[in-house]
Design a protein around this ligand. Structure first.
Ligand code: NDP
Length: 284
């Protein structure tokens, strides 16, 4: 029976390390501050926002919320982002996506100052993830995977890591973060010829495809560490990952659950980005 790697202890350990840094910033007159921008009332955004608020409160981060109706114009949203860019007391911004269809999402994302982009949505931030300069901030979910592996003592140096999914939100930036950790990385996608074979060869298998239970016994091999990033609703209306949890528990050395795995770490990574952005603004 494989171990279950939960996200909560990882999130808690990360948050505990942030608290003294937030206190020091506040004492210096720079209270770390995050802006959350939400257009509309999508239930998943509301739920993530509640989690982010709670996490930031625990860490000692102030949150300013900017809510617009989904009928808002792109100009109205751009004007909110412009204010955030200009406001020195705001160190970072989280913008919920997807935006309503009448908006040009790329243009809106690019209008955010890269220094305040806490979730890797600007090309400036992503470029720094790819070049490894460390100036920008990777997407929180991608970094949450690496935090998870660190917390549970996995040294990635030389490890064969397979990531299923190549989106700009998870797969691609995650591959870069893993490369910086000296892993040997394979990215799989819908055109991959032998997905089960590629997955079985992995020492660390990370699923980020967004397909309920798509990886089963034929994709797994004994001793693997399996991280499941997927958040899907199955045919019974249950929240499940991309990996069959029962199959992974039978075969793998460790597996992250859904819910309660990688997803539970993302708000603490967001908080860590805000603290770092505030420290940079304070010249630390
Ligand atoms: P996308 O739909 O943008 O990308 C999915 C990727 O998976 C694509 O690269 C696609 O390949 C690949 N893929 C899909 N089906 C298959 C298949 N059958 N075989 C091989 N590859 C496949 O999804 P995201 O990256 O945005 O999200 C992935 C999952 O992670 C989702 O379940 C999402 O809900 C979850 N997620 C969780 C977060 C959190 O924990 N907070 C945050 C963000 C995402 P191709 O490029 O060829 O189409």
């Amino acid at each position: 029976m494989g171990e279950i790697w939960k996200g909560a202890p990882v999130a808690q350990a990360l948050t505990e390390r942030l608290i003294p840094r937030a206190k020091a910033l506040t004492a210096q007159g720079v209270p770390p501050t995050l802006a959350i921008v939400r257009v509309g009332e999508r239930p998943e955004d509301l739920s993530y926002e509640r989690g982010a608020l709670k996490r930031c409160e625990t860490a000692g981060i102030t949150v300013k919320r900017f809510h617009l109706p989904d009928t808002a114009s792109q100009e109205e949203l751009l004007s909110v982002i412009h204010c955030i860019n200009e406001e020195q007391a705001i160190h970072g911004c989280l913008l919920f996506r997807p935006l309503p269809r009448h908006m040009d999402e790329k243009a809106v994302c690019e209008s955010l100052a890269p220094a305040k982009d806490m979730d890797g949505i600007t090309s400036g931030s992503l470029a720094s993830v790819f070049s490894g300069t460390g100036e920008g901030y990777p997407p929180c979910t991608a970094q949450a995977c690496v935090e998870m592996l660190h917390h549970y003592g996995c040294d990635l140096t030389g490890k064969r890591v397979v990531v299923v999914g190549r989106s700009l939100v998870v797969g691609r930036p995650l591959a870069m973060l893993l490369l910086h950790e000296h892993a040997t990385v394979t990215l799989c996608h819908t055109r991959t010829r032998d997905l089960p074979g590629e997955c079985r060869r992995a020492e660390v298998l990370i699923a980020a495809a967004g397909k309920a239970n798509m990886l089963g016994t034929e994709h797994l091999s004994p001793g693997q560490l399996v991280l499941d990033v997927g958040i899907n609703v199955d045919e019974h209306g249950h929240l499940v990952g991309d990996v069959s949890f029962a199959a992974a528990q039978d075969t793998a050395a460790a597996v992250t659950p859904v819910p309660g795995g990688v997803g539970a770490v993302t708000t603490s990574v967001l908080a860590a980005h805000v603290i770092l952005a505030a420290e940079r603004a304070a010249g630390r």
